[in-house]
Design a protein around this ligand. Structure first.
Ligand code: PLP
Length: 413
């Protein structure tokens, strides 16, 4: 785990942490018209909406850092000759996705049918769903979306599913784009590489209803492997099977348009491993689990992408020494591995559904009642899932609000 000192170093080296400064919420005398708050946001009237008036806990996107992250990935992809089809599960936001597409992403990767419907419904093309449909609900939705949006693609790892979707596609006169999911070290999915994967690809290609597009292989174990050299070896190992399968498919005369996989952790590795596109997601915001994996030039901390997302909280009680209570508890996905932006001397702990505790041992440190503290979450997937919007900030000013799918958008599943 990254030590507190290492986090301090990251801040100094990569501007992850702005100089610590007590940021107070507006208290007495505040005349901000809260009755109109959501109406103002709906009108996109952000006058006077600064960080200090926001209801907390709230998710804040630092727009400059976010844009920098998206550009870093786009520049890398161009230089390395690989495409980016970013994963949306960590942000679940059409606004974020549109900015990724504007920077050259060839489409999007989704974990759920609902994400795929949301993104395709927003007019974004070339959405890839990386889970196969195995129930009547998802089979009929995947077929319906394929009919509505012929650029939509999904994966299969089982001949039984090929039969089910074939039948559903025939009943609706639909045509499907299919990739075969190949095992890449993560036991949750993927047919065995080599002959079994080739035979499944041939079955798809032989279907009158399906276009075989290529392979998907997610080496999830490599993504968070610590130190770049070990990660590089793990990824090469995990992706050797899909590489061999793609060669077999070429030899068998099957067109392999894509080999999709990869992650934020292996983005600067996987062009070596036969992938044609990266499904990386977390790089847009980053979380403390990713900071800790180490980068190519520094084993202790990963600074390729900056911490662009924080949870803003308020100190709302201060009755005990060396501790302060904040309004960031279990429901807001408080984790002991979270880190406080600009204040590496603080430790995060939960105290219940709506309460968190910040503790410190260093002498001479303190927090003020009403002070605002920003926290880097540990796992973007689970954290962003419980908020309904991102407040997008340039400095203190909120310049935009982006809805997060779920409570605010389409159904979750
Ligand atoms: C199928 C798939 N592809 C890619 C990723 C990589 O995402 P990240 O860059 O956030 O690690 C994930 C993450 O879980 C995934 O499930």
């Amino acid at each position: 785990m990254t030590s507190r000192r290492q986090f301090l170093v990251v801040g100094a080296a990569a501007s992850l942490f702005k100089p610590a400064r007590a940021r107070a919420a507006k208290t007495a005398g505040t005349d901000y018209p809260y009755a109109e708050f959501d109406a103002r946001i709906a009108r996109r009237d952000f006058r006077d909406i600064t960080r200090d008036v926001l209801p907390t806990p709230a998710m804040i996107v630092d727009l400059d850092l976010f844009e920098k992250n998206v550009k870093t990935m786009a520049d890398h992809a161009k230089a390395a000759g690989i495409h980016v089809r970013p994963h949306v599960k960590i942000h679940k936001s059409v606004d974020v996705a549109r900015r990724q597409i504007a920077q050259g992403a060839i489409g999007l990767t989704c974990a759920t049918m609902a994400e795929a419907e949301l993104m395709s419904g927003a007019g974004i093309k070339h959405v890839l769903w990386t889970k196969q449909p195995a129930g009547v609900n998802n089979i009929s939705r995947a077929v319906a979306l394929s009919k509505k949006d012929p650029t939509f693609m999904f994966v299969v790892d089982d001949p039984q599913v090929v039969d089910w979707v074939e039948e559903a596609a025939a009943a609706r006169n639909a045509r499907l784009k299919i990739a075969v999911s190949v095992f890449a070290g993560l036991t949750r999915q993927g047919i065995a590489a080599g002959q079994p994967a080739l035979e499944l690809a041939q079955k798809v290609a032989a279907s009158k209803r399906m276009d075989f597009e290529g392979f998907m292989a997610y080496s999830g174990g490599a993504a968070h492997t610590k130190t770049w050299q070990v990660r590089r070896a793990r990824s090469a190992d995990d992706l050797a099977g899909v590489r061999e399968t793609a060669e077999l498919a070429h030899k068998a005369g099957l067109p392999v348009n894509i080999v999709s996989g990869g992650s934020t952790g292996t983005y600067n590795i996987d062009h070596e491993n036969g992938l044609t596109e990266l499904e990386a997601g977390s790089y847009v915001f980053m979380d403390t689990a990713y900071f800790a994996i180490g980068g190519k030039d520094d084993d202790s901390v990963y600074t390729d992408f900056k911490g662009a997302l924080t949870v803003l909280t308020t100190v709302d009680s201060k009755r005990h020494p060396n501790g302060a209570t904040i309004d960031y508890g279990n429901k807001a996905m408080n984790r002991p591995t979270d880190k406080v932006k600009g204040m590496p001397w603080l430790e995060v702990a939960s105290q219940g559904a709506e309460y968190g505790i910040l503790k410190w041992t260093e002498a001479g440190r303190d927090l003020k009642l009403g002070e605002r503290v920003e926290i880097y979450c540990t796992n973007l997937d689970t954290s962003t899932n419980v908020y309904d919007r991102y407040y997008v900030a340039r400095g203190e000013q909120i310049v935009d609000v982006w809805p997060i799918m779920g409570r605010s958008g389409a159904a979750q599943r």
